[in-house]
Ligand binder design. Structure first.
Ligand SMILES: Cc1cc2nc3c(=O)[nH]c(=O)nc-3n(C[C@H](O)[C@H](O)[C@H](O)COP(=O)(O)O)c2cc1C
Length: 190
């Protein structure tokens, strides 16, 4: 890997300001470790690979779910819809007394008995293939073993510290149909 010389310092304030300008969806990862079941709200979710199917999440080392995920070796990640703000707040610890409460959610169980929260846009059940050190977070790479994209509706978004809703597609975005792919022959005849 290329060696990088340190550039001008980017302090935590500037770093936060930059990251607040990055719009994301909102997910909840559920984890079962023995008798304990918890959920954690995460915006750090992305796909990594199609073959094999891999995703990643980044979890704060101080979060209770962090060590649970290491012990469990698994997580089940749910993509929230725009009506699930309360769920996001709950599993982010923003609703005191409700943290990690599943009793009023309708759930099913994964093969390893973690909750699958009903009504989400989609979920992926993952085995942790790798846990990579990422500063004050750990990057968990999940090998997808099961999932469903059954839920309809629009996603819950997070931008600049607030929940947002997706706007309807602009009529200008439709545009003309894309041109056909340019193959080697077409290039040669230009
Ligand atoms: C929209 C949103 C996104 C979040 N994304 C992350 C994230 O990607 N990683 C993380 O470690 N914490 C994230 N958090 C904070 C955790 O949800 C929060 O610290 C949680 O209380 C940790 O729970 P635990 O200690 O029970 O595991 C996010 C919170 C919100 C509201």
């Amino acid at each position: 890997m290329t060696e990088h010389t340190p550039g001008p310092s980017v302090g935590p304030d500037l770093f936060r300001q930059v990251m607040r300008r990055w719009a994301t969806g909102v997910t909840v990862a559920t984890i079962r470790d023995g008798e304990e079941v918890r959920g954690i709200t995460l915006s750090s979710f992305t796909s990594v690979s199609l073959d094999p199917p891999l995703v990643l999440i980044c979890v704060d080392k101080r979060a209770q779910c962090h060590d649970m995920a290491i012990r469990a070796g698994r997580f089940c990640i749910h993509i929230l819809n725009e009506e699930q703000r309360l769920l996001s707040d709950r599993f982010a610890g923003r609703r005191p007394g409700e943290h990690s409460l599943f009793s009023d959610c309708s759930t099913r169980s994964t093969a390893w008995d973690a909750p699958i929260i009903d009504g989400c846009l989609a979920y992926l059940d993952c085995r942790i293939a790798e846990a990579v050190d990422g500063g004050d977070h750990t990057i968990f790479v999940g090998h997808v073993e099961n999932g469903e994209a059954a839920g309809g509706g629009d996603p819950l978004l997070f931008f600049s510290g607030r929940y947002r809703q997706i706007a309807p597609p602009s009529p200008y975005d439709a545009g003309p149909p894309p041109p056909p792919p340019v193959d080697a022959f077409a290039w040669a005849s230009l």
